[in-house]
Write a protein that binds this ligand. Structure first.
Ligand code: GLN
Length: 194
């Protein structure tokens, strides 16, 4: 099974290493042809504005949009979650997103870099998983078709941090930074080989 990692900016190597550990072939995606014959795609953490800019200059923006609309399974972490959302609050004036997930997110919604934190999360079907949050987006609202697989209470009530809507998954945290492969394993096990 081949799983792509959008390799324009961000923590691409960490996602590749996690897929390697799961025995899954990781493919860097930098141009439209790289999207061919993938079982799924990971959109990494990094800077959503930088990734969005590079999606435009690489020619990937519209091709990837079509693939997402026609059901390419995708897992976005942090900046990747922002790119998959339907609405971004506190984004740049020209910030766009793919609307693959019916969620509204606030960019840097847990505060700036100094407010980054680590915690443990209860993930449906997995149990306790480490959660690393770095200038993470905060989910503000979500639609009825969005399944919440984990929430985190930052002192003001539980907020979804791992969500799934059909074949689109997103986490506000970075499972690729912990050495724990189980969240990627959940996504990978949902993919059909092709
Ligand atoms: N705050 C970043 C953004 O807006 C995301 C941070 C991350 O991916 N660690 O893109």
């Amino acid at each position: 099974m081949r799983v792509g990692v959008l390799a324009l900016q961000g923590d691409v190597a960490e996602h590749r290493a996690t897929l390697d550990a799961l025995g899954v072939e990781a493919v860097d995606v930098r141009r439209p042809a790289d999207l061919d014959s993938l079982a799924g795609l990971i959109m990494p953490g990094g800077e959503s504005t930088a990734i969005a800019h590079l999606l435009g200059t690489s020619g990937l923006r519209s091709v990837l949009g079509e693939r997402l609309e026609t059901g390419l399974p995708v897992f976005g972490t942090c900046a990747g979650m922002i790119l998959l959302a339907s609405e971004v609050v506190d984004g740049r004036a020209d910030q766009w997103c793919y609307s693959r997930l019916d969620i509204a997110v606030r960019r840097n919604g847990y505060g700036r870099q100094v407010a980054s934190f680590e915690t443990t999360l209860e993930v449906s079907g997995l149990g306790t998983v480490p959660g690393v949050f770095i200038r993470a987006p905060r989910v503000l609202s979500w639609g009825p078709h969005v399944e919440v697989l984990a929430s985190h209470d930052h002192g003001d009530g539980p907020v979804p941090v791992l969500v799934r809507q059909g074949s689109a998954w997103a986490s506000a945290f970075h499972p690729e930074l912990t050495g724990d492969t189980r969240v990627h394993g959940l996504f990978v096990s949902s993919l059909t080989d092709r």
